[in-house]
Design a protein. Sequence first.
Length: 686
Amino acid sequence: MAKKLVIVESPAKSKTIGQYLGEDYEVKSSVGHIRDLATTGKGGLGIDVENDFKPDYQIIKGKKKVVNELNKALKDVQEVYLATDPDREGEAISWHLFDTLKLTDQDVERVEFNEITKEAITKAFNNPRKINYDLVSSQETRRMLDRIIGFKLSKLLRSKIKSRSAGRVQSAALKLIVDREKEIEAFEPEEYHEIYAKFSDVEAMLFKLNNKKPKINTEKQAKEILDNLNKEFIVSELSKKKIKNNPASALTTSSLQQQASSRYGYTSSRTMSLVQKLYEGKDLGTETVGLITYIRTDSTRLSDEFVSRARGYIAKEYGKDYLGFYRQSKKKSNVQDAHEAIRPTDINRTPDKVKSYLSAQEHKLYSLIYYKALSSLMKASQNEVTTLLLKNKNTIFKTTSSKQIFDGYLKAMKNIDKQTKQPELDLSKFNEGDKLIADKVYEKQLFTSPPNRYTESRLIKEMEDLGIGRPSTYASTISTLIKRKYVDNKERKFFPTDQGVLTVEKLQKFFSEFISADYSKNMEEILDDIARGKEEQLKVLKDFYEYFIPLIEKAEDKMEKIEAEETGETCPKCGSPMVYRNGKYGKFEACSNFPTCKYIKPDENSKEKPFDTGVKCPDCKKGTLVLRTAKRGKNKGNKFLGCSNFPKCKYISPLEVVDENCEKCDNVVVKNKKGKVFCIDGKDCK
């Protein structure tokens, strides 16, 4: 019988940790949070505002069984270790377990580790601590603020403009997208011209006009410059310079999400789901081990131990000439720096060695994390840049060429970067004083471009730069904006919907300070101060409430209510006008007398929006497999997989998608009518 109980929040993590601790330990999982604020009481907040914001916590629906199992396990143990994630959320989960299970400081220890390896787990259990109540208070403050905002503001917007939700971080992010769209709509392209001179295989652009940077706005100005040129150009300068290109830092949560989006097209939610598995542990045949360090971090710092081991690996595998200096990036004001950057737990565990144990997507992300951390400790690459300046009367034309003379960190990065060799331009054949006759001198008419719409990668970077939210919130924030239909993600770019624009317009009118990036950043800093013990929770909550509630009351009185659009028909049940409403699955027609009358008109023409698995069709190789429901015939109601390229491709398979990915390949796991679960690519993946 185990005498020591360890509680983690993830079942996958419990399996990995259990193998390191031995028979004296039993490892159980809370499966995330076990309780949350109640939805009862005044305003459904689960917070007694008038009694110093006292929270009312209740066990989350479906978690009573977990709590009962943990209580049962407690009966036969002498020591309890709370081993939840090493951040505020993890600290809060530990405290909720402590409080719900009625534990005491005498028999409970808090253990914290940044990676799930035998060495890290052993060290953590040899150095336990007590729960950090400042971290708990910081998380609780955020949760209470979110609840007050979510209930009060969302209720207001639903009643006034039919928007489904709003929030401090969510609305600030939405405002960025809406403001960018307004910039694009207001943009007026400006004409400008560039002038080039072509000499055989060399082309130079006008660089200086009367010793100033040229500004050519019209074709007339360009023609005047061209008409004034001689046929002959003189080489006025030929210079060479060595340029160093330092490697980027190891990845943070934000930079990982950005790069996974721009390189592989992964959403931030997908990226975090994949790397969570890499962190919690993968079965490598002989052991189950966490492959990477903790995935929620905004620090680029690397431990001295890792740096030492990685430098030894670089010297051995690449040579001492490739050893660089550890350049830790300058810490930003909003960086917590509680954890290291995301890195491999073992530098000798190369992506090639673990490839057979990972899905294709997991392997891509592990490779990215591995080589980013490794290359950050390598020497800069070095290029020799040659500059050629050509003089013609009052003008100077310029061209450059670049030649790599040392690959440095790029030698490691070539494992994940497609490196196309650029044709080298040979400028060494020229000498100062040479006279050249241009084959062609010409001008190009160009127009300025509007600002780019936000991709997921750009939006995350902007949120990070402005201090909106924390890296751990980016994925959920973006998912919410899409789910609420505030934005459309077309061709991997965000377009605000009409409802998204309306939401920002109303929030800007009545809550302009609240949805600003500065407010979100300042609140994050206040939450950090609570975590450091420098700020009082009650004062923060009171200050916020006294600021926020008057804004709500004013908006309730002044914000114009948008009435639902009438369809022109009357309700067959009560005779009231029928109106259009927006629901979870799109627009529908319903009685305007809701909730007294709950009639909804059946939509005979509605079509199921199929779930896209993202897996290429095995027949046509062009479409992807989508999950559909049979509408007619003997199989009516049954799920099946069909090609998105229908009717050009008529491939179907009577299977249902399981919400997980194959551990061996990059395909979806499905099950048949008998309940057998297997990889969709069963012929090639066993």
